[in-house]
Design a protein around this ligand. Structure first.
Ligand code: B12
Length: 135
């Protein structure tokens, strides 16, 4: 069973998607550690280390992730998290942005899978496919 740490990054209080993600991941057989809304990147990383998670799945609905997730590469290296799969989804910019530019930007932060305004179950299907190929 894959372990997933999830939550909403930064000062973001949009909670509905977070609840749906928790339920959907559990229904797919993941073990879920849900940190909820208003979670800082360092707190996510601490939880990944403590739970020995396979996946970190971050949501951003107000778009602040663009600022909050810049430090990911640095934290990945510091905690040697090279086996963890990093996923982000929701509304990944403040205002309008081209999808391809956003995907490149978040990949440069260290995310393996980037889902800007993608339906939840499509994203989770892709996550399962990605994990299947990785193992
Ligand atoms: C309800 C709501 C609020 C409520 C939140 C209540 C609560 N506790 O949750 C309140 C009124 C408090 C609020 C406040 C704000 N909001 Co608001 N809010 C909404 C609204 C109307 C609905 C959000 C919602 O619950 N949708 C239902 C869920 C199920 O859908 P969802 O959140 O989109 O999530 C889906 C997908 O994004 C996806 N998904 C999410 N995460 C992930 C992760 C992965 C990996 C994958 C694959 C998919 C995925 O799956 C979900 C299910 O399909 C949206 C507009 C809209 N119509 O979407 C704006 C919206 C999200 N809010 C917005 C903004 C700007 C704000 C404020 C900054 C407004 C302000 N100036 O104060 C504040 C921010 C507060 C904060 N600190 O975060 C913007 C964000 C714009 C952006 N990113 O560019 C939106 C899009 C409105 C808009 N069009 O401008 N908001």
């Amino acid at each position: 069973m894959y372990k997933v740490v999830t939550g909403v990054v930064g000062n973001d209080i949009h909670v509905v998607a977070n609840r749906l993600i928790d339920i959907s991941l559990q229904a797919r057989g993941f073990e879920v550690f849900n940190l909820g809304v208003n979670t800082y990147l360092e707190e996510f990383i601490d939880a990944v280390v403590e739970t020995d998670a396979d996946v970190l799945l971050i949501s951003s609905l107000n778009g602040e992730a663009e600022g909050w997730c810049r430090e990911l590469q640095f934290l990945m290296a510091e905690y040697e998290l090279k086996d963890v799969t990093f996923v982000i989804g929701g509304n990944l910019s403040v205002g309008e942005s081209k999808d391809e530019d956003l995907v490149k930007k978040y990949q440069s932060y260290g995310f393996d899978l980037v889902f800007h305004q993608i339906e939840l179950n499509d994203g989770l299907d892709q996550l399962e496919e990605f994990l299947g190929k990785k193992s």
